[in-house]
Design a protein around this ligand. Structure first.
Ligand code: HEC
Length: 161
């Protein structure tokens, strides 16, 4: 046991000596502590910061926060119902009724309500064939179609009031 302790102490001493010799090899230079240079650098940085800050003050603009309201003001139960029903149509005709070329879906926002109504009713009856849309309209009641048409007519895409 004692031998082991001696051995460990020896190894520890060896490691210490090796490190001390390495430490001595480190060059000591005052270059890194050149206070004049550092002061110079700091001054330059300070000037840069001041320049940037002055610039910033010039560029401050008033930022107007615009609260985005609903696309269509849902002022009547019919519009509310149309809005709810229209969720199924967004995938092809878009939120604003702007249509989507990739779906061959035309813009319908702002369309006359009587026109949309006739078209959807005709599609439902098969007078106008629209296989793509059929699953989405086959179960709509006449009232649903009227509600949808009213809502579509208020969508902003074509901008008609
Ligand atoms: C899967 C895609 C798709 C969905 C979903 C869809 N549509 Fe369509 N819609 C079309 C396509 C495609 C046409 C054009 C069909 C044609 O060429 O006759 C069309 C045409 C129309 C038209 C006639 C436009 C015109 O100018 O003649 C109306 C109105 C319409 N859709 C309303 C709706 C409503 C309301 C819904 C939701 C209940 C709906 N669509 C859901 C694809 C879709």
């Amino acid at each position: 046991m004692a031998r082991l302790i001696y051995f460990l102490a020896f190894v520890l001493g060896l490691v210490l000596i090796m490190n001390i010799s390495k430490y001595q090899a480190n060059e000591v230079s005052n270059e890194k502590f050149n206070f004049d240079k550092t002061a110079d650098k700091n001054l330059k940085k300070k000037e840069e910061i001041e320049k940037l800050l002055a610039h910033k003050e010039e560029k401050v603009e008033e930022v107007k926060v615009v609260k985005e309201g609903p696309l269509v003001e849902l002022t009547t139960p019919q519009l509310q119902s149309g809005h709810d029903l229209y969720k199924k149509c967004i995938v092809c005709h878009g939120k604003r009724g702007q249509g989507k070329a990739a779906q061959n879906a035309p813009a319908i926002g702002g369309q006359y309500p009587w026109y949309a109504n006739t078209q959807i009713t005709n599609m439902q009856k098969g007078v106008r064939v629209n296989k793509i849309m059929m699953p989405y309209i086959s179960r709509l009641s006449a009232q649903d179609i009227a509600d949808l048409s009213q809502y579509i007519s208020k969508l902003p895409y074509m901008g008609r009031k």
